[in-house]
Design a protein around this ligand. Structure first.
Ligand SMILES: [Zn+2]
Length: 264
């Protein structure tokens, strides 16, 4: 008796949910910015476990099979910033936090434009692998045609005003602690942005004097050398591992980055 009334209601509800999900999915603006890097990131236990279980997340995973996906929020105008994760495929908290951020930004009114690259090299993230073609991807951003070099190219071509590169660092590694790395010269805003993010996310502030000295070829350094303010955010976490705490910390570093840039 009760079921007779409930059944059409349930059906209507299911239809509304389906429709709204389709609407959300359709609103996700995607570009594949690099090919040959695609992979099934959902095969990674931690990525699957800690990413929000939404149709949007499924769409993000689908896109990552095709290559390096970049998701665009805002109407393409105003202040433009880019968030990159998964430069190292064994640093999982940042990639998961970026998927969380995509879910947060989707359908939200923001100032300016945000580009989010949650998996720079999906095939590496799929198997928690650190390298790309046998090389450390964060040492070759100065070489055109590499995945990190592609990010530099996009930042230049689209007049991006801030680059946030989100990593994790294993205990005992370098820097080995939750931190924001930046340089004072030649682009001082790297330092002011990092200072804000450090306070916002309770991360240590690690400034270097000159870009390109400590980490030549790092995405952050190459951007700063070209006058594009950039920071590297690190969360202390073992390689190939993530927890809700480390994901939350990386996410708060990303929110700090967006708040500094007055995007949200
Ligand atoms: Zn890294």
């Amino acid at each position: 008796m009760k079921w007779k009334i409930l059944k059409p209601l349930t059906l209507a509800f299911a239809l509304i949910m389906l429709f709204s999900n389709v609407q959300l999915a359709a609103a996700l603006q995607t570009e594949i910015i690099y090919t040959g890097t695609g992979g099934d990131v959902a095969r990674n236990y931690y990525v699957k476990k800690y990413s929000p279980k939404t149709s949007l997340t499924s769409q993000v995973f689908q896109e990552a099979r095709k290559g390096t996906p970049m998701f665009v929020f805002g109407n393409g105008s105003g202040r433009k910033v880019i968030i990159v994760a998964g430069v190292h495929g064994n640093e999982l908290p940042a990639s998961i936090a970026a998927v969380k951020l995509i879910n947060y930004l989707s359908g939200r009114k923001i100032n300016g434009t945000v580009y989010v690259v949650p998996f720079l090299i999906p095939s590496s993230t799929a198997r928690s692998y650190r390298y790309w073609n046998g090389k450390n991807p964060n040492s070759i951003a100065n070489i055109p045609g590499t995945p990190t070099g592609r990010i530099v190219q996009i930042a230049r071509e689209r007049n991006v005003k801030a680059v946030g590169d989100f990593h994790s660092t294993r205990p005992g590694g370098v820097p080995g602690r939750t931190s924001i790395l930046c340089t004072r010269r030649p682009t001082y805003e790297s330092y002011t942005m990092a200072s804000y993010m450090s306070r916002y996310s309770a991360s240590a502030l690690i400034p270097s004097q000159f870009a390109g000295r400590d980490y030549p070829g790092a995405l952050e350094d190459v951007c700063n050398l070209q006058g594009i303010p950039a920071v590297t955010a690190e969360v202390r976490s073992p390689h190939g591992y993530a927890s809700s705490t480390t994901v939350a910390k990386s996410y708060s570093q990303m929110i700090g980055f967006l708040k500094y840039n007055r995007i949200i």
